[in-house]
Design a protein. Structure first.
Ligand SMILES: O=C(O)CCC(=O)c1ccccc1C(=O)O
Ligand SMILES: [Mg+2]
Length: 371
């Protein structure tokens, strides 16, 4: 796969609505779009998902830029790649920085699919023609706002509702929501806001018939989650704690969770996400694709990954219009009745919207490759 050049582009976008979790509120998003060109005129796209501050994991927009410019692109300039799997191998001497790695690797995966004239989903081995999606609702100012937002999302057809919770805004909120929506698939995401001291409190979740509780305990824990899982009925799903197949294996062997949230950025790219998928399929662990408030390129990558068979639960990849006034791809991602049709054009299957890209671009840089 001879590369001709890579363009690294920094975009600034504003979410339609602020998104609040147990750790704070996100409204502005800075992302990198990576464009990887070959000499035949094909271009693969990747998107970085790190936030401006390190509240979710340790990575930030600035650390991603440092990694991409100073380490990751130079590795590609010095080495030949014949398949996207080579990229994660070449990046493995660099510790962590998974979101930066995933952004670059994603562009190579898209380029690889386009060079072979197949969809990214096909390149990954996915077969679904459409995927089911749910929606993640941030912490709302009032109970009424929350009930109204849930109602609107259900009317739009989303297949399950994820609610953000935190100590002090949890059981009563969930009870009230459950009373209004007795048969809706509901799950809660704590973004690591509790500790094992809260175990008696967390046992109260069991009356609410939630699909799962996502990342109740520390962002880097799998031991306490195993203790918690042994004492509650509600299935635990891990998000922040999972950065690799090795983390998945250890969590499974310890009994830390029953469900895995896979995010391409958090696990360092599509190649690692595929390995996790295959392991979970073998061990009958339910998997779904998490979201990072992505713009269109990241969204398209999530859709392609979700076509794999073990993605058996609806993911967080809602339609573009849920997040953005104007997304960066054409067509935008549309979820109808909670279903997204997987595009059938090569690669990610969406074009970039050049007007939107130009409007949002703050900065860019080009890297040349020797032929
Ligand atoms: O709608 C989305 O993209 C997912 C929203 C979401 O829950 C989330 C958004 C940003 C960071 C972390 C999370 C999370 O899954 O914990
Ligand atoms: Mg989460």
């Amino acid at each position: 796969m001879p590369l001709k050049n890579i363009i690294l582009r920094k975009l600034h976008m504003s979410l339609k609505n602020p998104f609040t979790t147990s750790f704070g509120t996100t409204q502005e998003k800075e992302i990198f779009i990576i464009e990887a060109y070959d000499s035949d005129g094909n271009c693969g796209y990747g998107e970085s998902v790190a936030f401006s501050s390190p509240w979710y994991t340790e990575e930030t927009v600035k650390t991603s830029q440092h990694m991409i410019e100073d380490f990751l692109v130079p590795i590609l300039q010095k080495n030949e790649i014949s398949h996207p799997d080579d990229v994660s191998k070449l990046f493995s001497p660099i510790k962590r920085n998974n979101m930066a790695k995933a952004a670059v690797e994603g562009a190579i995966w898209d380029l690889y699919a386009k060079r072979n004239n197949i969809t990214l989903a096909e390149a990954l081995g996915g077969e679904k023609k459409e995927i089911d999606v749910g929606i993640s609702i941030g912490i709302q100012p009032t109970m009424n706002d929350l009930l109204h937002t849930i109602d609107k999302s259900l009317n739009e057809g989303y297949k399950r509702i994820k609610l953000k919770i935190k100590p002090g805004a949890d059981m009563e909120v969930l009870r009230e929501v459950r009373a209004h929506f007795p048969s809706t698939l509901i799950m809660a995401d704590a973004n690591s806001a509790y500790t094992l001291e809260d175990i008696d409190h967390l046992k109260k979740l069991d009356d609410l018939e939630l699909m799962m509780i996502e990342q109740p305990l520390a962002h880097d824990d799998i031991v306490d989650h195993a203790k918690l899982q042994s004492q509650i009925q509600t299935p635990i799903c891990l998000d922040e704690s999972i950065h690799s197949l090795e983390d998945v294996r250890k969590a499974y062997e310890l009994g830390s969770c029953k469900i895995m949230n896979v995010k391409i950025g958090r696990v360092g790219g599509l190649t690692e996400a595929l390995r996790i998928h295959d392991y979970c399929r073998k061990h009958d662990i339910k998997v779904w694709c998490g979201g990072m408030l992505e713009a269109g390129v990241g969204r398209a990558h999530n859709i392609a990954l979700t076509t794999l068979p073990q993605f058996v639960l609806p993911g967080d990849t809602a339609g573009s219009s849920h997040y953005w006034e104007k997304d960066i791809i054409v067509p935008e991602v549309v979820a109808q009745h909670g279903v997204i049709k997987v595009p059938d054009k090569p690669g990610i299957g969406y074009e970039l919207n050049s007007d939107a890209i130009n409007e949002y671009t703050d900065w860019w840089k080009e890297f040349h490759f020797e032929s």
